[in-house]
Design a protein around this ligand. Structure first.
Ligand SMILES: [Zn+2]
Length: 166
């Protein structure tokens, strides 16, 4: 079952199975992200697909934290495909994660040969264990450079949200 909820600057597509409801977000997380505006599925698992999150306002961040706190009392929450903008928030505010489990996230990479910048998806189900700068998965460029893409952020900072993951 699928339905779409639309707000100014934000579209949420909710896909529900018996076990899980996936909330795919596209746009900005703002004050609309509250209990009384976001329809809550009664599935045991709720997965947020965060690939399309382009901006989180400070009010949106507070609303998000409250919603996750409330929902995780009775449901298991997963964050999937966290966009770079969303990871930046996770690194600033630990409560953004709360009881949620991070499944996968994007990280910025760079090709030294053709100067291409690419955001690569790191899936913690595959690359499990402690991901550090030294153990980041290797990605190659479409230009067929034999060199692996270079990580294009400060690793100690960008990956710091993984430390609070239990
Ligand atoms: Zn390249």
């Amino acid at each position: 079952m699928q339905r779409t909820v639309t707000f100014p600057d934000l579209t949420i597509t909710i896909t529900t199975t018996e076990e899980n409801a996936t909330y795919a977000l596209k746009g900005h997380i703002t004050h609309v992200f509250r209990h009384n505006t976001i329809p809550r599925s009664q599935t045991p698992h709720i997965t947020f697909d965060l690939e399309g999150v382009e901006l989180v306002t400070s009010v949106g961040l507070q609303a998000w934290v409250l919603l996750i706190k409330a929902w995780s009392k009775t449901q298991k929450i997963f964050y999937e495909k966290c966009s770079i903008c969303f990871v930046d928030q996770l690194n600033m505010v630990e409560e953004m994660i709360g009881e949620a489990t991070i499944v996968s996230f994007y990280a910025p990479f760079y090709c030294n040969k053709c100067s291409l910048e690419r955001n690569c998806l790191i899936d913690l189900r595959i690359h499990h264990g402690a991901i550090t700068h030294d153990s980041l998965p290797k990605f190659t460029c479409e230009c067929e450079s034999p060199e692996a893409l270079e990580f294009d952020a400060l690793p100690d900072y960008y990956l710091s949200f993984l430390q609070s993951r239990s």
